[in-house]
Structures are given as structure tokens and as C-alpha cells.
Write a protein that binds this ligand. Structure first.
Ligand SMILES: [Zn+2]
Length: 115
């Protein structure tokens, strides 16, 4: 079992990248599914651009300095961090939207606090 990233409901497990194909997401979070599809395309396009750029910088570095430069690695790192932040930012947005329309039920009993 796994938990929905937006409403926290227990759902059957699916790989991270396919989660949006889950019937739960399809029926309850269609906006998220739409956004996720666009996001993946953006990630792939930006990734391709980064790969080309890093290869280009490495070729130039090899030609002029006889060795691989380390700074293209920082581009890759920045790319990964940017994607991660963008993803979390939107996940928080979807969660907020969900909570606005579906306030948590106050009648859920608090479990015993074991120390
Ligand atoms: Zn959900």
C-alpha cells in the first residue's frame, strides 16, 4: 500500500513515475494528472538541453584544455534541484487546493500516544 501524494488516502502502490495513471489520481485529482504530464515533458526537454549543453562544454574543454571540466556537473546538479523544487512547489499547491475544498474531518479519533 501507498499513500496519495495530495489527499493522503491509502491507495495501491504504483511506481513513482506512473502514479498519475492510478485510478485514484485520474478520478480525484484530474488537474494534477494534467499538470504532471506537462511537467514530465518539460523535464525531458530541459534534460535533453542540459545533456547537449554539457556534452558541448566537455568537447570544448577537451579541445582547449585537454581535460574534462567539472563545472558542467554543476549544471546537472542545478537542473535536478530546480526540478525537485518545482515538483514540491506544485505538490504543495495541489494539496492546498484539495484541503480548501475537502477540509479534514475533525472526528478522527487521536491514537494513543506511545512514547
Ligand atoms: Zn488523493
Amino acid at each position: 500500500m501507498s499513500r496519495c501524494r495530495i489527499c493522503g488516502e491509502k491507495i495501491s502502490r504504483l511506481p513513482f513515475y506512473r502514479a498519475e495513471r492510478h485510478p485514484h489520481y485520474k478520478s480525484l485529482h484530474p488537474d494534477y494528472v494534467k499538470w504532471h504530464g506537462r511537467f514530465i515533458m518539460k523535464v525531458l526537454k530541459a534534460g535533453l538541453l542540459i545533456v547537449i549543453l554539457v556534452l558541448y562544454l566537455d568537447i570544448i574543454s577537451l579541445q582547449y584544455y585537454g581535460g574534462l571540466a567539472t563545472y558542467p556537473l554543476f549544471l546537472v546538479l542545478a537542473y535536478v534541484v530546480a526540478i525537485y523544487i518545482e515538483f514540491l512547489r506544485n505538490l504543495v499547491r495541489f494539496r492546498h487546493q484539495w484541503n480548501e475544498h475537502h477540509p479534514p474531518l475533525p472526528d478522527s479519533p487521536a491514537g494513543p500516544h506511545s512514547t
